[in-house]
Design a protein around this ligand. Structure first.
Ligand SMILES: [Zn+2]
Length: 86
């Protein structure tokens, strides 16, 4: 039994399921969270894949991220991570 799915429709479906790319603004909004995850030793790339994706292709945001990471490392020199429950 052959289904007659139009190729064109399938292509559009595949296109629709592709992960959205985010822009610099959206990346920047989540950058501090991303950096916190990295500092906490968590898999930030898995938690925020769109940010990771953007950082891998946007040099400006990557530099911004590295600067933020350095700043956070400088301020959070406490050996104990402070995880407060919500
Ligand atoms: Zn960017």
């Amino acid at each position: 039994m052959e289904s007659e799915l139009p190729i064109k429709q399938m292509v559009e479906m595949i296109g629709a399921t592709r992960p959205d790319e985010i822009g610099c603004d959206e990346c920047f909004e989540q950058l501090d969270r991303f950096a916190e995850l990295v500092l906490a030793g968590k898999n930030a790339a898995e938690a925020l894949p769109l940010v990771q994706d953007h950082l891998s292709r946007c040099r400006d945001c990557r530099e911004e991220f590295e600067a933020l990471l350095a700043a956070l490392q400088a301020t959070t020199f406490s050996p104990r991570p402070q995880h407060l429950p919500n």
